[in-house]
Design a protein around this ligand. Structure first.
Ligand code: HEM
Length: 576
């Protein structure tokens, strides 16, 4: 009878056990033993060795193994150990709270959801004013995979290792799902009665339809408007000259001026319109452009407030919620007005047989095979404005800060761009980026250390094993890319601003390491636009000024879109 496959070490124990048992039985019931053979065919290192015991007496065996028992399965060292989801470490207090799960429906799901989930789980660590480093406390305490128990819904798992992030992205499926901006979603579905959100928030086949409709026209819009972006960049460069104080610092509103420049450029790309918000005299005016700019600014602030800390707006109308509704309404209406104008221009040009490319992006959505309604187009464009203007402002702010702080980098960068004339590269913007590799590396390094969107998310479409823990499908994974940037496991000299790390490395490892625009099917649609705009502005500013920074370190805030934690008191010193 074959008892089982045993390893060499265990075989000795088994043999010894049998011999011992036989010896004691000799004294007791030896008369019943007719014979027993112990055959072994095993050799050290022979994994397939079989230990055979031949019995001549049924009676003896029943005494040797008095009660039926389960022989534990012996795992080969090659078989991976997978720990259960319950073993994933995380804040204990939240685990205890999950025992109240069963009572929650009776108390009021909304109340508990907001207070426990947002207030305690996320809010404690995710206050918008705190800087990004506060998040790393969790990883320092619990390791690279941290679980937040959500007493009323799906749990949230936080990760910060590059290989884990890559694993999540490679199994994201055909229709990846990210955690939407709840407040904007609520505004659209409940307040505006829209069936779908913009590209950032929509899911499933509708997401593919919208994304494929705008992808190509969006990429060509940047080439179409390169001269206009150069003009806006010149305008900002000149304006900095006038805004400086006696120390050559733009003390107060540098970030705001960058924001206006980003808004003007996005106006060109999205609406083919010269918004000219950088012209100071327009700031307090009542024109549509000014309204659009201010409602975008206020809507961004309101969304950031609603998305962080206690989500009380889910229970009642908070001031942040009122502000979100008011400003998004204005945005929606003004964007709708622009779309109507484009529609009229297009139909007029059809009538007169003078078809122009008045606005290729909006035109593609209005005239494409699968036409979109004006309301749907407005949501798509609103997402682009909200994400595009704010992320680019954040990226430029940190790039200027890092360049001002690292004079060695600035010297090398200046050598590279000193004689570059972006206008002459207007028709071939890829060429301009190709001839400025060090600048591109500086942009990547800035986005690594201060990613404008510091947390990427995916809802798992199937089970996954991370760090030996089994994470079930449906779990929301938060990929803390800002935190990942500071881990030595992910990058050498991780905390150092070192653009050289991006030079001469192969493009495959590049793609995953440089994750600030996301990865995979739902990767950022505006990467090309953002990198081109940032390239043009940086060339213009550095050709005119030497930058310096003489104050304390600036860190990114932890909000939906990161901002500098302090005013950007950068010195813009004339190059003579
Ligand atoms: C430095 C600037 C920017 C950064 C760092 C950035 C970053 C990102 C990130 C991280 C995502 C999510 C990717 C993911 O989940 O895997 C994203 C998505 C998106 N971004 Fe950007 N972005 C920037 C500029 C822009 C601009 C200028 C536009 C508009 C033209 C834009 C439009 C979008 C859209 C529409 C999505 C959603 C894509 C989808 O879900 O299919 N972004 N961006």
């Amino acid at each position: 009878m074959i008892l089982g496959k045993l390893k060499y070490g265990q075989l000795f124990i088994k043999k010894a056990y049998l011999q011992n048992r036989l010896f004691s039985l000799k004294n007791k019931r030896l008369q019943t033993v007719k014979s027993i053979e112990v055959k072994t065919t095993d050799q050290p290192g022979d994994e397939n060795s079989v230990h055979v015991v031949t019995q001549k007496s049924e009676e003896l065996i029943s005494d040797l193994f008095p009660a039926p028992r389960i022989v534990p399965m012996v795992l080969s060292t090659k078989e991976p150990v997978v720990l259960s989801f319950d073993d994933v470490p995380g804040p204990k207090s939240l685990k205890y709270m999950s025992t109240f799960r069963q009572y929650i429906s009776e108390i009021g799901t909304q109340t508990i959801a907001s207070i426990l989930t947002a207030g305690l789980n996320i809010g404690t660590y995710w206050q918008s004013k705190k800087n990004a480093k506060s998040f790393s406390i969790l990883f320092d305490k619990y390791g690279p995979v941290v679980r937040f128990v959500n007493p009323v819904g799906g749990d949230v798992v936080l990760i910060n290792r590059s290989d884990h992030i890559q694993k999540v992205y490679t199994m994201e499926g055909e229709h990846p799902v990210r955690s939407a901006l709840d407040s904007l979603e609520k505004y659209r579905t409940e307040h505006r009665n829209h069936a779908y959100g913009g590209i950032y928030t929509v899911y499933g086949p509708e997401w593919i339809r919208r994304r494929s409709m705008v992808d190509i026209p969006l990429q060509s819009a940047i080439t179409q408007h390169i001269q206009g972006i150069c003009e806006s960049s010149n305008k900002l460069t000149q304006k900095l000259y006038n805004l400086r104080n006696y120390q050559d610092e733009v003390q107060k509103d540098l970030e705001k001026e960058i924001n206006k420049w980003a808004f003007d450029c996005m106006g060109l790309i999205i609406f083919s319109k010269k918004f000219a918000m950088l012209d100071t005299e327009l700031i307090n005016s009542q024109c549509d452009t000014s309204w659009l700019y201010h409602s975008l600014e206020k809507a961004s602030e309101a969304i950031a407030k609603c998305e962080s800390g206690m989500r009380l707006w889910k229970l009642f109308n908070t001031p942040a919620w009122y502000s979100l509704v008011k400003n998004c309404d204005t945005l929606d209406n003004l964007i709708g007005k622009h779309i109507l104008e484009v529609e009229q221009t297009i139909s007029l040009s059809y009538e007169n047989d003078t078809i122009t490319d008045a606005n290729r992006l909006i035109g593609a959505m209005l005239l494409g095979e699968d036409k979109m309604s004006i309301e749907d187009i407005a949501t798509v464009l609103m997402d682009m404005l909200l994400i595009g203007v704010n992320t680019i402002t954040s990226a430029v702010s940190f790039l200027l800060y890092f360049i001002a702080k690292h004079q060695r980098v600035q010297r090398l960068l200046y050598q590279e761009i000193e004689n570059v004339t972006p206008e002459s590269n207007a028709d071939n913007i890829t060429n301009l980026r190709g001839t400025t590799p060090y600048l591109q590396a500086c942009i990547k390094e800035t986005l690594r250390l201060a990613p404008p969107i510091p947390l990427l998310t995916r809802v798992l479409p199937k089970n996954i094993v991370l760090d030996k823990y089994n994470i079930p499908r449906g779990t929301l994974i938060i990929m803390a890319i800002q935190d990942a940037a500071f881990k030595e496991n992910n990058y050498d000299d991780a905390a150092k601003f070192y653009p050289e790390r991006w030079l001469n490395i192969d493009s495959n490892s590049h793609a995953v390491a440089s994750i600030s625009f996301g990865y995979g099917a739902r990767k950022c649609l505006g990467q090309n636009i953002a990198e081109t705009m940032i390239t043009l502005l940086t060339i213009k500013i550095l050709q005119k000024y030497k930058l310096e920074y003489h104050y304390g370190d600036i860190e990114p805030t932890r909000s939906f879109i990161a901002k500098p934690s302090k005013p950007l008191k950068i010195r813009f010193i004339d190059r003579i």
